[in-house]
Ligand binder design. Sequence first.
Ligand code: GAP
Length: 435
Amino acid sequence: MDKLVSLCKRRGFVFQSSEIYGGLGSVWDYGPLGVELKKNVKDRWWRAMVHERDDIEGLDAAILMHPRVWEASGHVAGFTDPLVDCKTCKARFRADKLQDAQCPQKPSKKPGEHSTCELTEPRLFNLMFKTFMGPVEEQAAVIFMRPETAQGIYVNYQNVLNASRQKVPFGIAQIGKAFRNEITPGNFIFRTREFEQMEMQFFVKPGTDGEWFERWREQRMAWHHSIGLAPARLRWHAHGPGELAHYARAAYDIEYEFPFGWNEIEGIHNRGDFDLGRHQEYSGKKLEYFDQAANERYLPNIVETSAGADRVTLTLLVDAYREEEVEGETRVVLGFHPGVAPIKAAVLPLVKKDGMPERADRIFHALKKQFPCFYDDSGAIGRRYRRMDEAGTPFCCTVDGQTLEDGTVTVRERDAMTQVRVGEANLVEWIRERL
Ligand code: GAP
């Protein structure tokens, strides 16, 4: 992880937020390569969940919502972690994770193990961030920064149903920011206080929820394979009765084997009629669906798929990172699936003379209209290849002497390091086929 974090900073994937002021705890910024990588994750999710399907509509609900939403959802009462304070060192720990925590006193031990440790009894700590709406703080309403995007979908379910031509079963998908005042964030962008979720809520007839739950489990695992994650490092974790969230009838996590152990990257939940039932009760508005074909009314059940865009981005980085010995040197490669790679191709003139830079510049600008590309004319060609390997660029197109003679460029492929000649006129198509 240390090597990856340092590469992410050096190459412009991820920076610490407000770094020049010493950073802000567990908040991160995406640099030029990171923003492209994360955008590719979100675009591929949106394509698979909205554009390629007939039965899912998109939504972009606001972060700020009516405070009653969070009472109905159960977050005001139940979105809490048990917390203990140490009166000696003033550190805070999750009571249920003491075994994984470290006391800040030296030598390093677990909280409670130093003779001077003085831990308080566990208290419940709500993870929602509060803010104020209105100009005068004292009189203003306290509202929350949403801790999940799902509630924006539930409260809009009838709007979407009325505005679209959908019938149950159908889904609503959304990508957006969520905020949680995590007590023990960490592992880089794995658990942060501000993050993005990619959530889809699928509304089904009661009694068909079990079948849809299984279908969605299958489709979501297939999606993680499709973005290039190694299947051997993905597995299912079924929530036992003690683990199930208050809203869930059944829940499975898709877990990935990170350097810090197996951890959740996405949850698939059978939420039954909990959400629409609670919003119907708290808002006083009828949220039943009228099934014309069957001439019956019911409250749809919900199957949810909920993934973190930042967590999937981290998973791609971890999965892609490798070091190899090549001709006595260590080569660092981010072996991304070409479809998610931030830069798709680099254009490199072999030397800075004989008309090669001009020709390379022309090719670069033609490619750049189609997908993100990079131009590099500085340093030995081998070093330029290595820089692109580290950024995860799948194809390097070198303009050399032969280009000026027959119009072909050398395309060097990142993983096998093989080289083929491709005609300038066919280059866009050649690369596109491999994305
Ligand atoms: N609507 C259901 C829900 O929010 P969750 O298991 O709390 O379920 C779903 O979160 C996903 O959101 C997780 O699998 C993870 O990918 C992401 N996520 C949750 N908390 C996060 C955090 N603090 N930092 C980054 N990602 C987070």
